[in-house]
Design a protein around this ligand. Structure first.
Ligand code: SAH
Length: 418
């Protein structure tokens, strides 16, 4: 096994169980004898030692600023049962907090560092697991991971692998980045062409069609489950706008909560088709929902008229604003904050007196304080009186490893706007 030796004092964070070794912390690399290249192979297992030769841990090597993602500490051996053990622990946790129920068959089973499996995400949709590798090491071990999932998850029939946009793009990678690892239809039949029941799963009793083949991420944004339930509590009798709706998760809860009217808006027509399918499935006789494919800024500025509402700029009692990550990297933070400020100001202007705004950021690089500051500036621009009712975050199946605060990424504010 290749050995990575750290510079003096660079072992401190690893001794506190932080799972990342940055490339700048490395003093020396001692390759094992089989290497033909002058550096470790991307994705191989390496052992990490302190400058005083103390064994710190073992993990996946990666080319980039995070050079090693540690899988185990204070040892340089990974037992054969490693994935089975970690997946079992993750599964037990989800079971013990009551997420696996007949009326809730959607949950995140593995949340990377939060489940001590850096670089791995596994989402469960009924009898299908969708696996994403964010590191070449996890990619190389995908067959073992699929096997461990089949061993540990009750009733699992298929494991679908979807790492086309999560693996580092520079890496020359052996093996397919997309496709069924176990089970599934071997053809490329898409959920929209097929009404296969397998594609329907349940979140808190609501049925959602999951398009893991061609949808965004693993097919659904599971991380908003608890926040959607809060929208349901506030929706009765209200005119609701679900902006950046994707497949309409928030819209379904608002409708079930008794909203007077729900408008769902997303720039993607594919998403809008899925929202309509989801609403029709749960509320077959629904007449108070309208989905519009439009750009968020255009819509909030009144440049797009939704069918039947040609009265220019509309106002709402409750708006949900859940944009994609505006900052994918630290160097994009400034622009991201400006983006959050602009979109929030537009939304606050569209809230009727005494209305509510649910506003979110899923950019990991923008922390709670920065986001709150951006929303504060947005409020100040509008001059409205604004109170914070709730501070929201990611749910319990997206846990944060206490030694890895970077795992916190989703934050939201619920505002009362006078
Ligand atoms: N709220 C959703 C998840 C939102 S993901 C849920 O609960 O499932 C972000 C969405 O924003 C994506 O569906 C993407 O298509 C959409 N989007 C990106 N840019 C947009 C824009 N400029 N205007 C409107 N929608 C946009």
């Amino acid at each position: 096994m290749t050995t990575i030796i750290l510079k003096p004092r660079k072992e401190e964070s690893v001794l506190r169980y932080h799972p990342w070794v940055f490339s700048g912390a490395i003093a020396r690399i001692i390759l094992d004898a089989d290497h033909r290249q002058p550096e470790p192979e991307e994705g191989e297992l390496v052992r990490v030692l302190s400058s005083a030769n103390q064994v710190l841990g073992v993990g996946h090597w990666q080319i980039g600023s995070i050079a090693v993602r540690l899988l185990a500490f204070k040892t340089d051996v990974l037992p054969d049962s490693f994935f089975v053990d970690r997946i079992r622990a993750a599964y037990r946790m989800r079971r013990s907090i009551g997420l696996m129920r007949e009326d809730n068959t959607i949950y995140r089973l593995v949340h990377g560092e939060g489940d001590m499996l850096p670089g791995l995400v596994v989402d469960i949709y009924g009898s299908t697991a969708v696996v994403q590798a964010h590191s070449v090491g996890m990619h190389r071990q995908r067959a073992q991971i699929a096997g461990a999932l089949m061993d540990e998850v009750d009733g699992l029939k298929a494991v679908y692998y979807k790492s086309d946009d999560t693996l580092p793009y520079k890496a020359p990678i052996v093996g397919e980045k997309v496709g069924y690892l176990i089970g599934g239809q071997q053809s490329t039949i898409s959920p929209r062409q097929s009404d296969a029941e397998a594609y329907w799963a349940k979140e808190n009793g609501l049925e959602v069609r999951i398009d893991w083949l061609s949808g965004q991420k693993t097919g659904f944004f599971i991380d908003q489950r608890e926040n959607r339930a809060l929208v349901e509590r506030y929706a009765a009798g209200k005119d609701v706008l679900n902006m950046f709706c994707y497949t309409g998760g928030f819209s379904l809860y608002a409708l079930r909560g008794g909203a007077r009217q729900v408008h769902s808006v997303d720039v993607s027509q594919k998403a809008i088709d899925l929202v309509n399918a989801n609403v029709a499935r749960n509320f077959p006789n629904c007449t108070n929902h309208l989905a519009v494919a439009a750009d968020a800024f255009d819509y909030l500025e009144g440049k797009v008229s939704s069918a039947g509402h040609d009265d220019g700029v509309k106002t709402y009692d409750l708006i949900i604003l859940d944009p994609p990550a505006f900052a994918k990297h630290r160097d994009a933070i400034k622009n991201a904050l400006r983006g959050y400020q602009r979109i929030n100001a537009k939304a606050i202007e569209r809230i009727r007196p005494g209305g509510i705004l649910f506003t979110f950021s899923c950019s990991q690089a923008v922390d709670k304080e920065m986001f709150r500051l951006a929303v504060f500036s947005a409020a100040a621009l509008t001059g409205r009186k604004v109170r914070i009712l709730h501070q929201l975050h990611q749910p319990q199946d997206h846990p944060i490893n206490i030694y890895h605060p970077e795992g916190e990424y989703l934050k939201g504010l619920v505002l009362y706007v006078e």
